[in-house]
Design a protein around this ligand. Structure first.
Ligand SMILES: Nc1nc2c(ncn2[C@@H]2O[C@H](COP(=O)(O)OP(=O)(O)OP(=O)(O)O)[C@@H](O)[C@H]2O)c(=O)[nH]1
Ligand SMILES: [Mg+2]
Ligand SMILES: [Zn+2]
Length: 308
């Protein structure tokens, strides 16, 4: 068997960069599963695998090496199945847009909470600054200062201008997962970074001002000076998985910090007396948008399902 790195996943087959530098199309057996993880895609881009080539020339992924980390979300509403976005990454760049399309703060916070849970560094890239009105620009700056205050690096840019070079220092030498809603410009940014059209980009729907799910597979692209970027299909909601109710506050940095002052150690910060989190919200030191995102995850954990 030969070792390799999964660099592309279409869902039904995989491209593996083999140790000798060649690329091979590989398959997995239908019953291939990793113990403990129930996901729609047992193999993800970024996985190190062992491949067996049969006499008929077909290649089969037989083993996945232990993952350093991965990012996972609940596949669809009410579904128990989960979906692994990528494995063995150094960081996530979450691409967001204030408008065209609108990225919700709930989406951002659910994603960030998952990055906390799986201990992956996250940066926020606010794209499409060229399309924003003055008011929307103010909204952008308010969100930027919110997330900067929580120690998430942020950057604003327009992928259709020359500004993508702004993020090169953040990407150098690292494996970065590009994720976000459909239409926010992940693929446009990737093409701009490489200075050529590596992957297709799509229009925003006139009717809904949302993306049209142009990218349908995940693929890793290697930066000339080291490091790699993984472009992925746009995702709609972000269902968190496997969070215990008591844990959720651990994944909101500012809520976790303040929660040590709560009267009860098992405080859920919803209606308990002596709750320091509630106090911080009233004082304005915890943003309401963050608290609402916290509640939305808490509700999922309570009901064991994910809505919206
Ligand atoms: N005006 C403007 N348009 C942009 C910018 N970035 C991307 N776009 C446009 O937004 C549309 C969607 O871009 P894509 O790169 O396909 O978006 P995506 O995030 O890859 O979308 P999916 O593959 O569907 O997840 C395209 O028409 C791009 O030209 C930007 O900074 N400014
Ligand atoms: Mg795309
Ligand atoms: Zn509390």
């Amino acid at each position: 068997m030969v070792r390799g790195l999964v660099i592309k996943s279409t869902g039904s087959s995989y491209i593996v960069r083999m140790n000798d530098g060649s690329d091979a199309e590989c398959h997995i057996k239908g019953n291939f599963r990793i113990r403990g993880i129930r996901s729609t895609n047992p193999v993800a881009v970024g996985d190190h695998v062992k491949v067996q080539t049969l006499a008929d020339g077909t290649n089969w992924i037989k083993e996945i090496e232990e993952r350093q980390n991965y990012i996972i979300r609940r596949a669809t509403n009410l579904s128990k199945e989960s979906h692994i976005l990528a494995a063995n990454i150094d960081q996530v760049a979450l691409i967001v847009t204030i408008n065209h399309p609108i990225t919700s703060t709930t989406f951002i916070d659910r994603f960030l909470a998952t990055c906390e849970a799986y201990r992956v560094r996250a940066i926020l890239i606010f794209n499409k600054t060229d399309l924003l009105t003055e008011e929307e620009m103010e909204q952008l700056e308010a969100l930027r200062s919110l997330y900067e205050s929580l120690d998430y690096p942020t950057i604003k840019l327009s992928a259709i201008s020359l500004q993508p070079s702004k993020i090169i220092p953040l990407l150098a030498g690292k494996t970065t997962l590009f994720s976000g809603n459909s239409g926010v410009g992940k693929s446009t940014l990737l093409n701009a970074l490489f200075g050529k059209e590596l992957t297709r980009t799509g229009k925003i729907s006139d009717a809904h001002d949302t993306g049209m799910h142009t990218t349908t597979f995940s693929e890793m692209y290697f930066l000339p000076d080291g490091g790699a970027v993984i472009d992925t299909p746009g995702i709609k909601g972000f269902g968190t998985i496997d969070f215990e109710k008591e844990e959720v506050s651990h994944y909101f940095r500012e809520i976790f910090r303040v929660s040590r002052e709560c009267r009860f150690s098992n405080c859920t910060h919803t209606n308990e007396p002596g709750c320091a989190v509630q106090e911080a919200i009233i004082k304005g030191s915890i943003a309401i948008s963050r608290y609402e995102s916290y509640l939305s995850i808490l509700n999922d954990s309570t009901e064991g399902k994910y809505r919206g």
